[in-house]
Ligand binder design. Structure first.
Ligand SMILES: *[C@@H]1O[C@H](CO)[C@@H](O)[C@H](O)[C@H]1NC(C)=O
Ligand SMILES: *[C@@H]1O[C@H](CO)[C@@H](O)[C@H](O)[C@H]1NC(C)=O
Ligand SMILES: *[C@@H]1O[C@H](CO)[C@@H](O)[C@H](O)[C@H]1NC(C)=O
Ligand SMILES: *[C@@H]1O[C@H](CO)[C@@H](O)[C@H](O)[C@H]1NC(C)=O
Ligand SMILES: *[C@@H]1O[C@H](CO)[C@@H](O)[C@H](O)[C@H]1NC(C)=O
Ligand SMILES: *[C@@H]1O[C@H](CO)[C@@H](O)[C@H](O)[C@H]1NC(C)=O
Ligand SMILES: *[C@@H]1O[C@H](CO)[C@@H](O)[C@H](O)[C@H]1NC(C)=O
Length: 914
């Protein structure tokens, strides 16, 4: 730090000394009008400097190719200054201007910048070197220009020296928003950052996702391309190809590069839309080749060429295809068209550019004479060479010497409204800032116009004014927040017009289309790697590009609503969809209802069963004391019949819409009532074995153990416990099943399938016992064929339920309950047929066989063939099923024939009613 101070002091000592660059004896200024406050202007009025590549000494640069469009921009600046001078905006203050041509060359631009920064009142045009520029007064207070960013950047660095405000009407490079490097530069156009966003948004809104990008390989092109591609990726747009055009190579290599580019474009026809970031000169070269190659594409223009008259007046330009583009906001300048019809320097001003223009337009050159001669000589096709485009048709009409003073429409037709409007805004904001700075009110300005440029910079940054109905101001980076106009090039009367079809708003980042029918046009253009997937389909991508895919229909139960969906969505549980659906339909509800034909059949059978059971009960009531009935339990038959009845009734709960009550009750109802029946049969089986199968000693002990009531109670208690556990822990409940497509199946979920299996299995085990016992006793002399019937009915039962298992497991539709109902009905009918019908038959028709004699005869025949047994054994069989085993044993065994206990009911029966 200490080392700095002396240097600083030393520097200030020389404060009044200055070094001076003499800018030259030749006056390089292009247009000047002296005023109280002067505004500098730097414009590229010519396109090139001559012989730059062979230049070996720093002699003056010669400019070539007059750019009439930039000349119009410059005229917009002059016109606006004159307008403000005519108005009351700055009372008592006349604005002047001093304008330089850069010829699109950095050296010339820097020279102009130094000239503008040179000190006022120095006859020799000197740029003073100082430490402290706080009160430095250069010849202008503010500069309007440059147009190209690559020229704005170096001159902005020079203007930084004195913080001279610089307003660019067109330099949109993103880097210029950086206020560390460019603190004194502001602009009336937005940063390119927004333009690439706008371009990407436009491509996306038009549903194009497979495009090409071409840019020039300068700073502008490279950064615009990179920004655009990154924005495009964010909007799911894929880049089919991206190419840089070299603009620094000259001559043939440049032409070859462009031809290579054109063939590249040709090889990727699916990328139908091409975004092009390039200056008009490059676009003209490229389009020249494109037109030659007969290639048609959709072009999207950046602001650099979107309103370029030079491009739009090319021969056959309509053959390149549709052109859309973004330009800076277009606007009209009041009175400007009138001004352009015959531009003249104002009083006290000079303007070399106007002279040059009039000379080019109205001088009758040999070349033009040759051209008209050639055309008049009868050539059909006589295209106007570019060099002669500017020449007026009247140029060689010598009839009127002062033709240059006539009104002429040429300039008006070539206005690029976005550029001239931005220039107009630049001058307007200077005037408004001056008005604020100089405190102009009520016809006087209080402050003197001798201020330093940096004071105006502060005023400019905060200026705001209404222009064309919208508020104009600079954002914190000194950029305009005016959006972009979206243009379409339309052929009208043989010339291209830039039709404004919409705008991009920077604040909400959206494109607003003015004319909705334009959407039809853009959406009809196809620039996609793959066809869009319709609703009902989804993308299936195998390629590295997300935009290249095939469409596959959504699976069953899935749907996709929009176009180009990545995934199908699952239908809600209540709905279903076919494969390839865009919507879901409501499922139909199904259950095993009463109106089902099969259900009706089952109900008929169940009702028949119920009726038969009741009829049997009635029949038994009359014949309760017959030996036949006594042998099967007497009054207890009612309990069996009742459980059989309940078992039939339980089938009713399997039909109809499942209710929680019905689900809960139906399985236990069947299970318990059927267990009662089976345990009754088990007791009967036991008795047969007890009666005939055991040797006397064992029989005695077994007889003492044989307690039918206890067996019945135990068997059923186990089943009741199984059911109680099932119901309390995980009982059946109604559910909606969505497993079958298109329908909601209402069914009873059995809760614990294990418990269900145990319940049925328990019955099956009992039935198995019955079957085995009865099978053992099938050869016994049983007058009622009891053993055979038991065997048969249990066989039916077992067969039915064994076949039930696979049927039940394999049924998953509404007929699931029907399977069980069939099984229940079959088992019930098995019991009815094998156990009750024979008894009824006997009661009704075989009264005679139920005699004591027949019984004895039967028994004898049996015992003859085996060990003789005492009659008392037969009593077990013949006696009441429920009598205590001891009771009949009082009968004398030797008097078996007289009084076999089992015959007693028969005898009594016979005596009684039969
Ligand atoms: C300014 O006023 C002068 C004189 O009235 C007029 O000739 C000139 O056209 C006006 N300029 C503009 C831009 O209005
Ligand atoms: C720079 O110049 C201004 C005006 O002449 C003066 O007020 C200021 O103090 C100077 N700054 C320095 C650091 O000398
Ligand atoms: C250009 O294309 C048009 C129509 O597609 C065709 O008629 C014409 O012959 C083509 N010209 C060349 C040079 O390929
Ligand atoms: C005009 O044409 C003549 C011959 O037709 C030629 O000699 C002359 O150089 C041409 N002039 C220009 C400027 O092209
Ligand atoms: C030029 O003048 C001639 C007569 O001198 C006239 O016939 C011709 O139409 C004029 N050309 C134009 C473009 O007006
Ligand atoms: C416009 O500028 C004035 C001062 O010139 C200021 O008071 C006002 O707040 C500004 N308005 C906006 C919207 O920036
Ligand atoms: C354009 O779109 C509109 C609806 O936005 C429609 O009514 C019209 O028919 C379409 N025109 C064409 C040519 O498709």
């Amino acid at each position: 730090m200490l080392a700095v101070k002396p240097a600083y002091v030393w520097c200030c000592v020389f404060l009044c000394w200055f070094l001076c660059w003499t800018v030259g004896a030749c006056d390089i200024v292009g247009a000047r009008s002296q005023g109280d406050i002067n505004i500098g202007g730097i414009f590229p009025i010519h396109r090139q400097v001559e012989n730059l590549e062979i230049r070996s000494k720093p002699d003056p640069l010669t400019c070539k190719v007059f750019d009439v469009h930039r000349f119009i921009w410059l005229q917009a600046m002059i016109h606006t200054i004159e307008m403000i001078n005519n108005s009351t905006l700055l009372p008592g203050i006349k604005l002047g201007y001093e304008i330089y041509d850069t010829c699109t060359d950095v050296s010339k631009a820097v020279t102009a910048a130094m000239k503008l920064l040179s000190k006022v009142n120095i006859s020799d045009n000197c740029l003073e070197v100082r430490c402290n520029y706080t009160d430095y007064q250069p010849i202008v207070k503010v500069v309007v220009g440059e147009i190209y960013s690559e020229l704005s950047i170096p001159i902005a660095r020079i203007f930084n020296v004195a913080l001279m405000p610089q307003i660019s009407p067109a330099s949109s490079a993103a880097i210029l928003s950086d206020k560390l490097r460019f603190p004194s530069l502001i602009r009336t156009v937005p940063s390119d950052i927004h333009q690439t966003k706008a371009l990407a948004r436009f491509v996306s809104n038009s549903r194009w996702n497979w495009i090409g990008v071409i840019a020039t390989d300068d700073d502008y092109g490279k950064s615009a391309m990179a920004d655009f591609i990154s924005n495009a990726h964010d909007l799911d747009i894929c880049i089919g190809f991206q190419e840089l055009i070299s603009i620094f190579s000259t001559g043939e290599s440049n032409d070859e590069a462009i031809q290579a580019l054109v063939s590249k474009i040709e090889t990727i026809p699916t990328a139908n839309v091409i975004v092009l970031f390039a200056k008009p000169a490059v676009v003209i070269k490229l389009f020249g080749e494109i037109i030659k190659g007969n290639i048609t594409r959709v072009w999207v223009a950046s602001d650099a060429w979107s309103i370029s008259k030079a491009v739009s007046t090319m021969q056959n330009i309509e053959k390149v295809g549709n052109i859309f583009g973004f330009s800076f906001k277009n606007g009209n300048i009041p009175g400007f068209n009138e001004h352009l019809k015959n531009p003249r320097p104002g009083p006290g001003a000079f303007n070399k550019f106007i002279e040059k223009y009039k000379q080019l337009r109205f001088t009758c050159s040999d070349e033009y004479l040759n051209y008209t001669k050639m055309c008049n000589s009868g050539l059909k096709d006589c295209p106007l060479p570019d060099s002669l485009k500017l020449v007026s048709r009247l140029a060689c009409n010598k009839t009127n010497e002062s033709i240059a003073d006539f009104d002429d429409d040429y300039l008006v037709q070539n206005i690029e409204r976005a550029g001239t409007y931005a220039t107009y805004l630049a001058v307007q904001s200077i005037a408004h800032a001056l008005r604020n700075l100089l405190k102009c009110q009520g016809g006087v300005c209080q402050k003197s116009p001798n201020f330093a440029p940096w004071e105006l910079l502060g005023a400019l940054k905060t200026v705001n004014f209404t222009e064309g109905g919208r508020l104009f101001y600079f954002d914190k980076n000194g950029d305009s927040i005016n959006g972009y106009d979206l243009l379409k090039w339309v052929m009208d009367d043989g010339t291209i017009q830039f039709k404004i079809i919409g705008e991009y708003n920077i604040l909400d980042k959206q494109i607003h289309i003015y004319d909705e029918t334009i959407r039809n046009t853009t959406e009809a253009i196809f620039s996609n790697c793959s066809q869009s997937c319709q609703p009902g389909q989804r993308k299936n991508s195998n390629s590295s590009h997300t935009c290249c895919y095939e469409c596959v229909p959504c699976a069953e139960g899935y749907y996709s609503l929009g176009w180009d969906m990545n995934n199908c969505l699952k239908c809600s549980g209540e709905q279903w969809s076919d494969s390839g659906s865009s919507t879901c339909n409501d499922r139909t509800t199904e259950f095993f209802g009463w109106n089902n034909g099969f259900a009706i059949v089952l109900v008929v059978f169940a009702s028949l069963g119920v009726i038969l059971t009741i009829v049997i009960a009635i029949m038994f009531r009359q014949k309760l004391n017959t030996p036949v009935l006594k042998s099967i339990g007497g009054p207890f038959c009612y309990v069996i019949l009742l459980s059989l009845l309940l078992s039939f009734v339980s089938t009713g709960f399997f039909i109809g819409e499942p209710t929680s009550y019905g689900c809960y009750i139906r399985q236990p109802l069947f299970g318990i009532s059927f267990t009662i029946c089976v345990s009754w049969i088990l007791i009967k089986s036991f008795k047969i074995i007890l009666a005939f199968k055991l040797d006397p000693v064992n029989r005695k002990t077994m007889m003492s153990l044989f307690k039918p009531m206890a067996i019945l109670a135990t068997c059923n208690l186990i089943q009741v416990m199984i059911c109680a556990l099932w119901l309390t822990l995980n009982g059946p409940h109604p559910v909606k099943s969505y497993d079958i497509p298109k329908i909601i199946l209402l069914k009873c979920e059995e809760g614990s399938n294990v418990a269900f299996g145990v319940m049925l299995g328990y019955i099956a085990v009992l039935a198995m016992f019955c079957f085995l016992l009865a099978f053992m006793g099938r050869k016994l002399p049983d007058i009622y064929n009891e053993a055979r019937f038991i065997t048969f009915s249990m066989l039916i039962y077992l067969i039915v339920w064994i076949s039930f298992v696979p049927a039940y497991v394999n049924t998953d539709d509404q007929y699931l309950p029907a399977v069980e109902v069939v099984a229940i009905l079959a088992s019930n009918y098995g019991i009815l047929c094998c156990h009750f019908f024979p008894k009824c038959y006997m009661i009704c028709f075989k009264k005679d066989s139920c005699t004591r004699e027949v019984f004895i005869q039967n028994l004898r025949e049996h015992y003859k063939s085996r060990d003789p047994v005492t009659c008392s054994e037969g009593s077990v069989f013949g006696g009441s099923l429920w009598a205590a085993p001891g009771a009949p044993s009082s009968v004398n065994t030797s008097k078996c024939e007289q009084k076999p206990t089992f015959t007693q009911p028969c005898v009594r029966n016979r005596h009684k009613s039969w």
